[in-house]
Design a protein around this ligand. Structure first.
Ligand code: TRP
Ligand code: ZN
Length: 884
């Protein structure tokens, strides 16, 4: 069971435990220049109640078996079948434990999939989640098989002075021929996906942390030679994460060492291997001269995320991969809360919701739609999605809203106590909140199984004579391609009634069937309910879905004047932002329809003034003002329109609206922009970053108003930090692609940062996202640039991924050339790294939303792609589902 194979579907309903229990894993990994020899000792025992005489079936992936023994004696070849994909052994004992010794031989230097054991810049490293351990040895490679590991690594001492694995260091020593070894012991039983091994010539940044019970933990961050100093901020973020998890959740670290290794070729952001996190170096290395404020925030978030997994993921893991959100959604929720506490809660929430609506909503509303807990998959790697991670985090947030802050902590405490050491399920998780608080989460649980974004409608009616406000709330979930049902959900709707002075009023409420109401939350449970607020002296402004208390598409009938009042008055900063953002979103949609018909784009002056006023409001923190002034993106507008999308019209309309706002606000924007010039030396703190964010959005307006590149060219020259420099270069490239200043700056930037891959990635990306039909030629050219390397995931994402997912106009060219080019690159990439190829292919997912010419071009390209021979399971699955 649970054995995915080419084209085979794995189903949640087929889950059953293994026939054999695994107690211990003892490994010896010998690393050589041309090969790695792996000897694995597994101590197994037939599980009580399992099928007597059943074969032992171990997973493999592209493996070569060198030898196999049972309790020390070579096994007769008639007793087993070994293929690259698996090892089946017959006639194993029914009673008592036995030991298998399995020898495999690997070629890490040829492993371009970056799953299992591979080499990155000479460093040996592993990535085992989700099913990579089976590329190292034959194994019951599933998360409900937990064992303790002892690992001995041997390598040439000069080539790999650093030898690391999970757990605590046990032994090390010299061997003949310049080789050496290290033994690591991990006392905590873990599933194979948390296994890690690293060997190489690395620099180390060392520090330590004393836990709340007084235990000393060595903290080490390993980097490429000469770059350890770039890990200082990551180390600081790690220590802050450790403190926060103790304070907020009572969680203490549990080993003597915690290590992080920064790797330059990595499929995802980072990996939470027990005691030995392996990171994409993008989320570790920071240098004030080369890192943007976004990079600092990204490092802080990912460091925290992986650290928090030690409890939510490692100490309590997932029973099977259908439960992935159990660790990912929960851990994203935890890292979001950490960032909110470390920085600004309102700004963090706005950024998270912008991310959710930009990435998860289109996924949930298109052919790749799936529930937060899927019930089947063909390729699990394709389910590390915005839905599992970000909507999963929203579900945890809703639980916190439903049971309250104290109830949430009580439920989490019970979860850690009850399930420590377990491979758990969503049901286990929910039961903890039910048992700790008495809440009923039966209906809420539907959020985990029903895909799609529910529409929440709110209508209001005020009866002045009676002083009564009636809110009618209704929900609707359309049946989508996942076909997972449309039953009403339990939707917690946080709200406030705002008086003319901006203060919330708290009148008596009566609620109809289908809902209940607490002080500030309406719990909608039925398809529809009404709430009546009594004894009102005046009609309040209704602030609904505060802090985005549920991942829904909100539709209100609220009049514009109320929404403008909320944008000015609402005590909930998130809703202030949303009131504005929704109004501007509607302006942009109307402008697009106008532009498509060749008409004049008209700007509602009241909305423009509200936007400008918020941007200038000195009582608000700059980061919040920057959010208010950052208009919905071209992709956001496409999503809001939903159908018959013409990206050229969106681009024209958005540019026109930005210009109109810029001209209206220019006189006030100029002094504000100039006042934000930071004369103090660069500091990455949140307040300084907020000022730079505000300055960046103002620069865009000022360039639009003046239609001259001068301010950007000047900022590019004068900047003492990467945020300002990159903003200037990006705006030059996106607004003045033909200008000599742009060409000079692009060349200058390349020359200055040629040696730094992470910065050159930015150089590729900003050109790939230039909103113009000619971007395709540029990207084609850059794909042939000597510094372009398809096999490096960061580089492939920076050019091809950025173009496909981040260039509406260029990728969606009406002639289909953008689609054809990306399909061609994806196919080439699929031969090297199917995971990355499949990930980039998801950019096609919204193809049905376009007008008919583009829709047909995209469909044709996908239909051709699916016919290709030898597509990976990963890519095939994405293309197939995109066409459904
Ligand atoms: N568990 C990792 C996280 O923290 C995700 C991850 C890292 C991953 N590398 C991977 C998933 C490779 C699949 C394949 O979110
Ligand atoms: Zn994670």
């Amino acid at each position: 069971m649970l054995r995915p194979n080419q084209d085979q579907v794995t189903r949640l309903s087929d889950y059953r435990p293994t026939d054999f229990r695994l107690a211990t894993v003892d490994m010896r990994v010998q690393l050589f220049a041309e090969q790695a020899d792996v000897l694995t000792l597994l101590t197994l025992e037939r599980r009580d109640g399992s099928v007597a005489g059943a074969d032992l079936v171990l997973d493999g992936d592209e493996l070569t078996l060198v030898s196999l023994t049972l309790d020390g004696a070579p096994l007769d070849t008639a007793r087993y079948d070994a293929t690259p994909q698996g090892l089946t052994i017959r006639g194993l004992p029914d009673k008592g434990s036995f030991t298998l010794a399995i020898e495999t031989r690997l070629q890490p230097q040829l492993n371009t999939k970056l799953m299992g054991l591979y080499r990155s810049n000479g460093v040996w490293c592993t990535q085992c989640e989700a099913e990579g351990f089976r590329r190292i040895t034959y194994f019951p490679d599933r998360p409900d098989v937990l064992a303790t590991y002892r690992v001995r690594i041997e390598a040439d001492k000069a080539e790999a002075p650093v030898l690391l694995s999970n757990g605590n260091p046990a032994e090390h020593g010299l061997m003949e021929g310049g080789r050496h070894f290290a033994v690591w012991d991990d006392p905590f039983p873990k599933p194979s996906y948390l296994f890690a091994l690293v060997a190489g010539d690395l620099d180390r940044l060392g520090d330590h942390f004393t836990t709340m019970s007084g235990r000393r933990v060595a903290l080490d961050i390993y980097t490429e030679k000469g770059r350890a100093h770039e890990a200082l901020y990551a180390m600081d973020a790690l220590k802050r994460s450790m403190v926060w998890d103790e304070k907020r959740f009572g969680r203490e670290y549990d080993l003597d060492v915690f290590s992080i290794v920064a790797i330059s070729d990595f499929n995802m952001g980072a990996m939470e291997n027990k005691g030995l996190n392996v990171f994409n170096h993008k989320y570790v290395l920071l240098d004030p001269e080369t890192a943007t404020d976004g990079d600092y925030a990204g490092v802080e978030t990912v460091i925290a995320h992986e650290y928090f997994h030690n409890w939510t993921g490692n100490r309590i893991t997932c029973r099977d991969w259908f439960q992935l959100c159990l660790k990912e959604g929960l851990t994203v929720y935890r890292d979001q809360e950490f960032s909110a506490d470390e920085r600004s809660a309102a700004v963090k929430r706005i950024a998270s919701v912008r991310g959710l609506t930009a990435h998860q909503f289109p996924e949930d509303q298109g052919p790749l739609q799936h529930p937060v807990r899927p019930s089947e998959y063909k390729e699990i790697s394709n389910f590390y999605t915005a839905t599992i991670y970000d909507k999963g985090a929203e579900l945890v947030r809703m639980i916190a809203t439903i049971v309250g802050e104290k109830g949430f902590r009580a439920g989490m405490d019970l979860y850690f106590e009850r399930h420590d050491g377990d491979a758990a399920t969503i049901e286990d998780f929910l039961a903890c909140f039910v048992d700790a608080t008495g809440a009923d989460l039966t209906q809420f649980a539907r959020w985990y199984s029903q895909a799609g974004t529910p529409v929440l409608k709110v209508a209001e009616q005020y009866d002045a004579d009676r002083g009564e406000l009636t809110l009618t709330l209704s929900q609707n979930l359309a049946q989508g391609p996942a076909g997972t049902g449309t039953l009403p959900l339990h939707i917690p709707v946080r709200f406030g009634l705002v008086g003319a002075n901006g203060h919330d009023i708290e009148p008596v409420a009566r609620v109809g069937d289908g809902g209940t109401v607490t002080e500030d939350v309406i719990h909608l449970r039925g398809a529809e309910t009404t709430v009546v607020f009594e004894g009102l002296g005046e009609r309040p402004y209704v602030s609904i879905l505060r802090d985005f208390s549920a991942p829904v598409a909100l539709r209100t009938t609220q009049r514009e004047s109320d929404r403008l009042a909320l944008a000015r008055l609402d005590g909930n900063p998130f809703n202030r932002w949303r009131a504005l953002s929704d109004l501007v979103g509607e302006v942009l949609q109307a402008a697009t329809i106008e532009a498509r018909g060749g008409g004049e784009v008209r700007l509602d002056p009241a909305i423009a003034d509200a936007l400008i006023a918020t941007g200038l409001d000195e009582t608000l923190e700059p980061a919040l003002r920057a959010q208010a002034l950052s208009l919905p993106s071209e992709a956001d507008i496409a999503r809001l329109l939903g159908e018959n999308v013409d990206p050229d019209a969106i681009h024209t309309a958005r540019r026109a609206v930005v210009t109109a706002i810029a001209q209206r606000g220019e006189k006030q924007f100029i002094p504000l922009f100039e006042s934000l010039v930071d004369r103090a030396p660069f500091s990455p703190d949140a307040a300084s970053a907020g000022r730079r964010a505000l300055s960046s959005v103002l620069l865009d307006f000022l360039l639009a108003a003046s239609n001259s590149p001068d301010r950007a060219a000047e900022q590019y020259r004068a900047a003492d930090n990467m945020t300002e420099q990159l903003t200037a270069l990006t705006l030059l490239c996106h607004r003045f692609p033909e200008d000599a200043a742009t060409r000079d700056a692009l060349a200058d930037f390349y020359r200055r940062f040629e040696g730094n891959a992470l910065v050159i990635d930015k150089w590729f990306s900003l050109q790939a996202t230039a909103p113009s039909a000619t971007a395709l030629q540029t990207v084609r050219g850059l794909a042939g640039h000597p510094a372009f390397r398809l096999a490096n995931p960061n580089r492939a994402r920076a050019l091809i991924g950025a173009f496909a997912a981040g260039n509406q106009v260029g990728f969606n060219r009406a002639d289909g050339a953008g689609y054809a080019f990306v399909a061609e690159m994806i196919q080439a990439l699929d031969e090297l790294n199917p995971q990355i190829a499949a990930r980039i292919a998801t950019a096609f997912r919204s193809w049905r939303c376009f007008e008919s010419v583009r829709r047909e071009k995209a469909r044709a390209v996908l239909a051709q792609l699916i016919e290709k021979k030898n597509l990976s399971t990963d890519l095939k699955d994405i293309v197939e589902r995109s066409l459904r």
